[in-house]
Every structure is written in C-alpha cells, then in structure tokens.
Ligand binder design. Sequence first.
Ligand SMILES: [Zn+2]
Length: 310
Amino acid sequence: MIEVPAGIDAGTQIPLTTISGARRGPVLALVAGNHGYEYPPVLALQKLRSGIDAAQLSGTVMMVHVANMPSFLGRTVYFSPVDGKNLNRVYPGRQDGTVSERIAFAITTQVIEKADYVLDLHCGDGNESLRPYVYQAITADGKMNSEISRLALGFGIDHILIDRNRPTDPARSLYCSTTAITRGKPALTIESGFLGRSDAESVEAIVAGVRGVLRELRMLEDGPAAVSRPVYLDPAEVVASPETGILYWHVERDQTVAKGALLAHITDFFGNRIAEVRSPLDGVVLYVVATPPITKGQPVACIAARATLS
Ligand SMILES: [Zn+2]
C-alpha cells in the first residue's frame, strides 16, 4: 500500500503491485481507478496480477489497482466525495493539497517517475455509454510520438483518437498520462467499458491490450497482435451541455452521426424542453451521457471524425 498521509483532510491508501521479472527490461506502470466508478480497468488488473508470470517477464510491471480509493468506495462519478476534485485534472498533484492532489502527488512520485512507460486505464464513467478507444497524444517530439504510436497500435483497440491538446508543462500536466509524457515517458490513456458496468468484454479488451503492449515492449514473448487496420480519429469534439436539467439522449455509443444531428435534448425539472445538443461534425459517437442528470458545461458526448490521411 502506498500511504497518502492525512493533511487538510483525511488520508487514504493506494494498493500497488510490483512484479519484478526474471530478466532486465523496461518498467511499465498500469494505473486503474483514477476515476472511481470505472470498473473494467480495476478488474482487468486483478486478472493480470495473477496472470503475469515473473519467470517469463523481462522488466517490471507496476499496477496501481485503485488510484482513487475515496471515489471508488464512495461510488462517485468524475469527482472525489472528499474534496469535489477530478483526480485526472489535478496532476502532478501537491504534497500539501487536498486528498485528490495528494493522491496525484503520490502516484507521480512513486509510480510515474519510476516507470519507463505508463498506461492510464479508463472507461466510460458511471454516466457515459462509450465504445472502446485509445487517446494517442501528439507532442513536439517526433521520437516520443513514434513511441506513443507504437504503444497505441500494440494495445490492440482499433479506434485511435489523435489528441493534440494536452498540456506541455510538466508542473501543470493535469492528466495522469500527460504527467508521464511531460517527464519523457511514453504513455496512453485507454477507454474500454461503460455506464458503471463490469462486463467481461470490456475487461478482456484491457487484459488483452496490456498483454499486447507487454509483447510490443518485448517484456513477454507472446501476446495479442498489434492493430493492423487502425481507425484514426481526428478531429474529435467533446460537446458540453448548454443547460442544467434532465438529459434525453438520442444516439447510442458507436453510432455514426452527421453534422447537425440531434444528440440529446434537455428539459428543465418540470419537463419543459430548454435545449438541444447537436453534433458539431460528421463522425462516430465515442461516448454519450446516458443517464438523466446533466449540469451546464459538463460533457454530453464526444464525436470524432475519421482522419483523412495525407
Ligand atoms: Zn476516466
């Protein structure tokens, strides 16, 4: 257990497994549960913990089983029940901050800084109906970009979102994977799973993906093949809600939509229609919020277009 000491609020613990391989090799860190209502990553690491044979492993695998314990046990979407903060927006954290910031600080210093590669494992949060995809960050460094691309293809999920908008300042990295990248360590953010479920297919996609990356990094000899026909997505847009109220969604995850298509409408708490949310582009629904509560400014959906390769 990594201890997160009490500070201006109560402390917590972060369960960590380290598997040291029989041979030398890179250190791969796997982080589950930055968002506490996202269960397939947590369950995938339970399977991988017993499934990775140290005798066959070259290098080291670090597993953060539940990054955000207050949110996991408190069953909260996006935000910590203790400080109201989104853990995956406060990296690299602060030693003297609130509990989310202290968790981020502990993971930055005790996991990310000790790793060579980082996979931050997510899924659609408790309110999000999501089809699997991977965020492939684009940086100013060509070598870093090719390493990240190699990880993305190795993970095996064919929908790969080209992400050009991550922070570049290591002191204000905000996201777990960006904290790694701004410290020179190739990293991905993975999304597999939806709506607070823990279905076998979403879990297995993460187990297979990690095994694919272990093969790609030559940490294990065998593993699933890399993606042969990737679907690159660029651009993607997160559509924010224009109002607070009750959400009625009109599309499903993975549905193809045209620019201007009705994604959702919103009523006030008496049932009067107060807003519509339409697609800003032709693309695929990567996720759509599919539970009734909606707050102004929060995401309703993410729509991504297929990249036109030059
Ligand atoms: Zn998440």
